[in-house]
Design a binder for this molecule. Structure first.
Ligand code: F6R
Length: 612
C-alpha cells in the first residue's frame, strides 16, 4: 500500500504548477518550452504541451524535468503557432504521463491545463461517468476537459463559462479546442496573467514565463474570462459583460518574479508558512475523525520508531513528545545515519515512521530499507519520491517545492503532520478526538501570519548578532528540539557557531562558555517549567551573557533579564513549536543576509543529500 491509497482523504493541491500558452505568428513550441523552463522553479515532475495543427490537437507529455520533454520534442516537426503547456509538481498521485497535463476530453478535441484544486471533482466525475465519459487520469483537472466537452457547441468561450459555473475550488485554466483557433483562459483563486505582445498574446501562471517576450501584462481577476484569438484578446465577466482589463508594465526581473518579490527563496518560504501549514491540514480534519490512515491497527501499536536526518530529525523529536503526550504510545527517535547501522529491536506491532522533505535522503532511505519486519509510514513532501514509494502508507505534506537549501516550511508542515498523526492515534485508540486542540490547530496559520508581521523587529534584533561567534539556543520539553532547529538554521545560513541544548542541561557543561560575548536565545513559554527557565536566564545574566527571549507571557523578571524580547502568541504546549520556530527562522535569515551570505545556497550544503 502506498500514499496514493489515501488520495481520497486528501484534498488535492497542485497550486505550484506552471501554465504557459501562446497564440501568435511565431512557431509555438520553442516559446512553450522556454516558458516551461522559466516556470520550472514552481516544480517539475512532469510536463506537457498541446498544440493545434491542421484543425487537430496534438498533445505530447513526459514524466520528469523539463529537459525530458525537451528531448522528446527534439527532432519532431511542428508548424503550429497556437499552444498551451504545463509543468506539474504533484501533490498526490504518481507523477506520470497520464497524470501530466494537458488533459483532454473523450474526443481529443478539447484540451486544458489547470493549476489549483477542484474540490467537487468526485461528484462531477461520477456525473460525467454516468453520462458516458471516460476519465483516464487520477487528477481532478481532467474532469474540466470533459465538462467543457459536455457543453461545447462550436463556441469554446461559452462552454468554458458553463463548465466553470459547476466547479468548486480554485483554478487557473487555459483551454484549447481543435475546431477554433483560440485559447480561453480563466481563473478563480489561482493566478493567471495575459502577456500582450506585438501580434501575439501569451497566457501564463506568472510573468516570469513571458517576460523575455513582453513586459505588458494584464492580471486576470477571479471569474474573468479572456479569449485569445488571432485578432488579439477580449475580456468578459462570467455574465458575458465586456471588461477593459488594465495593462501593467512589469518592472521586475525574472529572479524577482520567481521569488515573489522576496530577496531569497528562504525568506519567501518562511513567509509561505501560514499557507503551507493550512495545506498540510487541509482535508484531514473531520468533525469526528482525523482523515489519515496507517497500515497497522493503531490499537495494537506498541512502539513507534521515527527516523530522519537534520531538520526532519528535529521535527521527529517533536513528534515523540506529541505522540507520547497525546496518544500515549512510546516513541524512539533516531538519526537515520545511526539507526541504519545499529541492532534493530523491532516487533510486528511496531511502526517505523520515516520523515523526509525530499523523500530521497540516502541515510533515511537506507534506514527504511534495513527494517523488514514492521509496517512503515512516510511523512514526505515530494510526491512519487523513492521513500514515498517504498513505505506502506504515508502522509504528504503538500508544502509545495522547497527551494531554499535551509528547510523552513517543510519543518512546520512536518510538525503539523505529526500533530495530526498523534491526534489520529488517540482517536483510534480511545475514541476521543481532542476538539479543543483541533480548533486551536486551525488557528495556527493566522497566528503564524501575526508573527511574520513582526519580521522588521526581528531584523533589528538580528543586527546585534552579526558579529557573534557563538550563540546558545535553550528550550525545554517540546521546545528543546525547537532550540536545536533554531541553532541549525543559524549555523547553516550564517556560519556562526550555534548549539541547541535543553535549558536545564546548561549547568552540566555549556555554562562554562557564558561570558559577555555569548548570546543565549531562550524559548520560554507559560506552563509548569516557566519559573525554572527564568532561573536558567538568571544564571546566564549573572555571567554577563546577552539574552534574547522568545516568550509568550508578559513578565517583569524577563523584562529585566532579557536584552531583547520577541513576544509570541500563547498557544497550547503541543502547538508551541509551530509558533516558536518562526522568529528563529527569521533571526537566522536576517543575520546571514546582513552578513552578505547567499542564504539560498549556503556553502558546502546540498538540498537533498543522496549520498551517505
Ligand atoms: C536543514 C536541512 C537538512 C535536511 C536533511 C534531511 O535545513 O534542510 O538538515 O533536513 O538533509 O533532508 P530530508 O528532509 O529531505 O530527508
Amino acid at each position: 500500500m502506498k500514499f496514493e491509497v489515501f488520495v481520497f482523504l486528501i484534498i488535492k493541491y497542485n497550486y505550484m504548477c506552471g501554465i504557459i500558452g501562446y497564440l501568435g505568428k511565431k512557431p509555438v513550441v520553442p516559446i512553450l518550452l522556454s516558458g516551461l523552463k522559466r516556470l520550472e522553479y514552481r516544480g517539475y515532475d512532469s510536463a506537457g504541451i498541446c498544440i493545434r495543427e491542421n484543425d487537430a490537437l496534438r498533445i505530447i507529455k513526459k514524466e520528469g524535468p523539463i529537459k525530458m520533454i525537451e528531448a522528446k520534442l527534439n527532432g519532431l516537426q511542428f508548424t503550429s503557432q497556437t499552444g498551451i503547456a504545463h509543468t506539474r509538481w504533484a501533490t498526490h498521485g504518481r507523477p506520470n504521463e497520464i497524470n501530466a497535463h494537458p488533459h483532454s476530453d473523450c474526443t481529443g478535441k478539447i484540451s486544458i491545463v489547470h493549476n489549483g484544486i477542484i474540490e467537487n471533482f468526485q461528484a462531477l466525475k461520477k456525473l460525467l461517468e454516468r453520462e458516458g465519459h471516460t476519465i483516464k487520469s487520477e487528477t481532478d483537472s481532467e474532469i474540466i476537459a470533459h465538462l467543457i466537452e459536455k457543453f461545447y457547441t462550436n463556441n469554446l468561450e461559452e462552454a468554458v463559462v458553463r463548465a466553470i459555473k459547476l466547479l468548486e475550488g480554485t483554478f487557473g485554466l487555459a483551454v484549447m479546442s481543435a475546431s477554433e483557433n483560440k485559447i480561453v483562459a480563466v481563473r478563480r483563486g489561482s493566478p493567471l496573467i495575459l502577456g500582450i505582445g506585438e501580434g501575439e498574446i501569451f497566457v501564463a501562471s506568472d510573468a516570469s514565463a513571458v517576460i523575455e517576450y513582453t513586459q505588458q501584462v494584464v492580471y486576470l481577476k477571479d471569474n474573468e474570462i479572456a479569449t485569445i484569438t488571432e485578432n488579439g484578446y477580449s475580456l468578459k465577466n462570467i455574465n458575458g459583460e465586456s471588461l477593459n482589463g488594465e495593462i501593467t508594465e512589469i518592472k521586475w526581473t525574472v529572479d524577482e518574479i520567481e521569488k515573489d518579490g522576496f530577496k531569497h527563496f528562504m525568506l519567501k518560504e518562511i513567509f509561505e508558512q501560514p499557507k503551507t501549514v493550512a495545506n498540510t491540514l487541509r482535508g484531514r480534519l473531520g468533525s469526528r475523525e482525523i482523515k489519515i490512515s496507517v497500515n497497522l491497527n493503531p490499537k495494537i501499536i506498541d512502539k513507534i520508531i521515527i527516523t530522519a536526518c537534520g531538520t526532519s530529525w528535529h521535527s521527529s523529536l517533536i513528534g515523540k513528545y506529541l505522540i507520547e503526550k497525546i496518544a500515549g504510545i512510546p516513541v524512539e527517535v533516531d538519526y537515520a545515519s545511526e539507526y541504519r547501522y545499529r541492532s534493530h529491536i523491532v516487533g510486528p506491532n511496531n511502526l517505523l515512521v520515516v520523515v523526509s522533505q525530499s523523500g530521497e535522503t540516502a541515510d533515511t532511505l537506507g534506514a527504511l530499507r534495513e527494517i523488514k519486519n514492521c509496517e512503515t509510514l512516510g511523512i514526505v513532501n515530494i510526491v512519487g519520491s523513492t521513500i514515498s514509494r517504498e513505505v506502506n502508507s504515508g502522509i504528504y505534506l503538500h508544502a509545495g517545492p522547497e527551494i531554499g537549501v535551509a528547510s523552513t516550511k517543510a519543518f512546520t508542515s512536518q510538525v503539523t503532520a505529526l500533530i495530526l498523526l498523534a491526534l489520529y492515534f488517540k482517536k483510534e485508540r480511545t475514541g476521543i478526538l481532542d476538539q479543543e486542540l483541533v480548533a486551536e490547530l486551525l488557528m495556527i496559520p493566522e497566528e503564524i501570519q501575526g508573527l511574520l508581521n513582526q519580521a522588521d523587529k526581528i531584523k533589528e534584533i538580528a543586527k546585534n548578532l552579526t558579529a557573534a561567534k557563538n550563540i546558545l539556543y535553550l528550550g525545554r520539553g517540546i521546545n528543546f528540539p525547537v532550540a536545536l532547529e533554531g541553532a541549525l538554521k543559524l549555523k547553516e545560513v550564517s556560519y556562526i557557531h550555534a548549539e541547541g541544548y535543553p535549558a536545564a542541561e546548561m549547568k552540566h557543561g555549556p555554562i562554562a562558555l557564558i561570558d559577555e560575548n555569548m548570546f543565549v536565545v531562550f524559548i520560554i513559554n507559560h506552563g509548569p517549567i516557566f519559573e525554572k527557565i527564568i532561573s536558567n536566564m538568571q544564571e546566564v545574566k549573572a555571567r554577563g551573557g546577552k539574552i534574547i527571549a522568545i516568550c509568550d507571557l508578559e513578565n517583569d523578571v524577563i523584562k529585566k533579564l532579557a536584552d531583547y524580547i520577541i513576544m509570541v502568541p500563547a498557544v497550547s504546549e503541543e502547538l508551541s513549536p509551530l509558533i516558536n520556530i518562526i522568529p528563529l527562522q527569521l533571526l537566522a535569515y536576517y543575520v546571514a543576509d546582513l552578513n552578505g551570505i547567499n542564504v539560498d545556497k549556503p556553502r558546502n550544503l546540498a538540498k537533498s543529500v543522496t549520498v551517505e
